[in-house]
Design a protein around this ligand. Structure first.
Ligand code: LMR
Length: 329
């Protein structure tokens, strides 16, 4: 006859095996972001969920929280460091507290197009910036595009003087603050979730955003004019808590990294499509007039914002700016 101690040991073994199984099945990745689902980032988060749950069935669950529904700007990074969320993709403008070099992406009229941005991101300097957050327990997993920013307001902005005295909503970035001050405007740092209301109620007069954000957040319904200024790049860094990421089983981490590489390619393709299609939808709506700049007008905006470079070069580093400029060729 078996002794009770044998059964106890057997039971303990079964419980241990079960809990190991459960522990493995319980890798939950919460992915929080602030934009709508019908944007490059919104769709990218959903594609990551689909692929991760297919390829790591029973091992990984991904929960996606769009539209600041879990954490908004200002809170998401803190939540990531505290382990309340495992993946976020804030715009590059929102990292300046963590690394000064990343501010290069906010310099006005720096990149001539998205291909130039990609050359810079994929080069040695761009990759070094991605790795530069390690000391803050953040691991940069990749760059995602949204697109080039367009200026909008309730009055036509053709010349830099047109912006004088207007209040513009900006992301939490000192460079963007300096950019609007350089044209005599009053920049206000506001969380993305507050922008529509601020524009609607006149708390601010204008803003800058890529087409997909202007469309999906309906900013075009409360801005009479959008200047096709392409005055800067808005992209994201996909970032995780380094301790969490390095603590994942090696095979799971490898698969997730492969998935992320695939998702990144797709997101960037979507970003190009959204930029074209959402611009067209806004134009067709007739709610906002799109303004094209002449070469002379464009040159005047560039000249007016040039002082931002002088002010921030010491913080960012001349060699970083040089690498970005070189990516234009
Ligand atoms: C903004 O705050 O305007 C953007 O960074 C929002 C986003 O994530 O695209």
């Amino acid at each position: 006859m078996c002794k009770p101690s044998f059964f106890r040991a057997l039971l303990a073994g079964v419980i241990l095996a079960l809990s190991a199984g459960i522990a493995q099945a319980e890798i939950v990745i919460k992915f929080s972001h602030v934009v709508a689902e019908n944007t490059p980032k919104g769709k990218g988060a959903l594609l990551f969920k689909k692929l991760a749950e297919e390829q790591l069935k029973g091992k990984v669950t991904v929960e996606v929280y769009p539209n600041s529904s879990l954490f908004g700007d200002g809170k998401e990074m803190e939540a990531l460091l505290l382990g309340d969320v495992q993946l976020i993709a804030p715009s590059l403008s929102k990292f300046d507290r963590y690394t000064k070099q990343i501010q290069v992406f906010d310099l006005p009229f720096l990149f001539k197009d998205i291909d130039a941005v990609h050359r810079f991101q994929n080069g040695a300097v761009g990759q070094a910036i991605l790795g530069s957050l390690k000391k803050k327990n953040l691991a940069g997993l990749g760059y995602w595009d949204n697109g080039m920013k367009q200026l909008s307001a309730n009055k036509p902005l053709r010349k830099p003087e047109d912006a004088k005295g207007l209040k513009f909503r900006i992301q939490a970035s000192d460079i963007l603050e300096a950019q609007f001050k350089a044209v005599g405007a009053f920049p206000q740092k506001l969380a993305f979730a507050e922008v529509y209301q601020a524009l609607e109620t006149g708390v601010v007069d204008g803003a800058e955003n890529p087409w997909s954000n202007i469309y999906s957040q309906k900013f075009f319904e409360v801005q009479k004019y959008i200047t096709e200024s392409n005055n800067g790049y808005l992209g994201y860094m996909l970032v995780t808590n380094a301790k969490f990421w390095n603590g994942l089983p090696a095979d799971v981490r490898k698969t997730l990294e492969e998935i992320l590489a695939e998702v990144t390619t797709q997101v960037n393709q979507w970003a190009t499509e959204f930029s074209e299609n959402d611009r067209q939808k806004i134009k067709d709506s007739g709610k906002s007039e799109l303004l094209k700049l002449t070469p002379e007008e464009l040159a005047a905006w560039k000249a007016a914002m040039k002082s931002v470079y002088d002010k921030f070069t010491p913080e960012i580093g001349q060699e970083i700016i040089d690498a970005a400029v070189a990516a234009n060729n």
